[in-house]
Design a protein around this ligand. Structure first.
Ligand SMILES: [Zn+2]
Length: 418
């Protein structure tokens, strides 16, 4: 089946132009009603309803998550399944300071524009609503539940400081540390106590003592979650929470070992007992080169200047990293703020509903839809993307579906994954 992809893209642009007002209304509505992880009822219902009205076949609550959905546009002929992902959760206290309203609305716009374009194509496009990116790992839960089993490739857009397609993200995990000591009167009988707070402090000091020996991409950052109850009582219990991240999982494991050594040293030096619990974080993102190239061309086509990430690029973590470990995927970025503003700030939240944020919704919808069009019109591109993924897996750069699932089962069983 010969598809005239340039004509298809022209119809996509026209469709997004026609959808301008409803797409921005949705973006602003989600922005004005921030919902925390797994509680995104209003946003997911609105997105699912609009996709259904636009002609997509919607299944709500997929993967056992009430605020997840999957909206499918069938091309009318057998072929691959592409997934465009939508996030819509917000942050405590500062609302849409990560701009997920833009992610949601650009994915919505792409799905609706592809439906309006009226183009027949081999395969399916699924807009998947993925809850709880901010700490809940919604994409991990959906992938484990099989929601990505039939997906051949996946991509999404995240607002940021610049237009990028090849930016990665950090592998992460979280550690809860609890030290158990012994209470005593802090003035009257301090010699009878064991100070759990000092063990927490020693842990921070120990980690800081290792920082010069850590790679530049290492991120070991913690907070003290409990430091005692009264100043005249030697703290019998103190706790801290750490996030440990690095560009790849192997080095992330070495950093976890360094933290463990510091915590054990804190226990030994104070006489407190250490309780250690690690919970799964997110895997690092490995962008698929072919899909990234297609997205870069479409980003340029909407008038944006694609920049390459710096060698020492600063970045966070995302559950899209896990998706990139199981299938060809790209987590692209679209600029809404200058370089001086980071996400997870009040300034970024303001930008997410500003004219720059609105432009990202509309450009994003066009770019995502055009990327789907390219990949569906030329089966050679997807074959190339899959070949690259197989090479990445052979080189140990990505886990592959089976290894990724097995690692998840080990985490669930409480094993320390080395
Ligand atoms: Zn985000």
């Amino acid at each position: 089946m010969g598809i005239d992809v340039e004509r298809w893209k022209a119809r996509i642009r026209t469709a997004v132009g026609e959808l301008r007002e409803p797409l921005l209304a949705t973006s602003h509505d989600i922005h004005a009603h921030p919902e925390l992880l797994f509680q995104e009822h209003r946003a997911s219902a609105r997105l699912a309803d609009e996709l259904e009205r636009g002609g997509l076949a919607v299944t709500r609550g997929v993967g056992g998550l009430a605020t997840a959905f999957r909206a499918v546009l069938d091309g009318g002929e057998p072929g691959p399944t592409l997934a465009i992902l939508a996030e819509y959760d917000a942050l405590p206290a500062i609302g849409h300071a990560c701009g997920h309203n833009i992610i949601a609305s650009s994915a919505l716009g792409a799905g609706l524009a592809l439906a309006r374009s009226g183009q027949r194509f081999p395969g399916r496009i699924a807009v998947i609503g993925t809850p709880a990116e901010e700490g809940g790992g919604g994409k991990i839960l959906l992938a484990e539940a099989g929601v990505f089993d039939d997906v051949d490739a996946s991509f999404m857009l995240h607002p940021s400081r610049s237009d990028m397609v090849r930016r990665s993200s950090l592998a992460s995990s979280r550690i809860e540390l609890v030290f158990h000591g012994k209470a005593s009167h802090a003035a009257g009988a301090p010699d009878l106590g064991i100070n759990a707070l000092e063990a927490v402090i020693q842990t921070f000091v120990g980690v800081n003592a290792r920082r010069l020996q850590m790679r530049a991409d290492a991120r070991v950052h913690g907070i003290i979650t409990h430091g005692g109850d009264a100043v005249n009582v030697i703290p019998a219990r103190a706790s801290a929470r750490f996030s440990v991240r690095a560009r790849d999982r192997a080095y992330q494991r070495r950093l976890v070992t360094m933290l463990r050594q510091a915590a054990e040293a804190g226990a030994v030096s104070t006489g407190a007992r250490l309780e250690w619990k690690e919970t799964r974080g997110y895997d690092n993102t490995v962008p698929n080169p072919t899909i990234a190239d297609v997205m870069a061309r479409n980003m340029a086509a909407v008038g944006r200047t694609v920049v390459e990430p710096a060698p020492n690029e600063r970045m966070g973590s995302t559950d899209m990293g896990d998706i990139s470990q199981i299938l060809p995927a790209v987590h692209a970025y679209v600029a809404i703020v200058p370089d001086s503003i980071a996400n997870h700030t009040v300034e970024f939240a303001v930008a997410a509903a500003s004219p720059a944020g609105d432009a990202a919704v509309l450009d994003g919808a066009v770019m995502l839809a055009m990327t789907a069009a390219d990949l569906l019109a030329d089966p050679g591109l997807l074959a190339q993307a899959k070949g690259e993924f197989d090479r990445q897996r052979a080189a140990g750069e990505v886990a592959g579906r089976e290894t990724w699932l097995a690692r998840g089962r080990e985490y669930a069983a409480g094993a320390v994954v080395e």
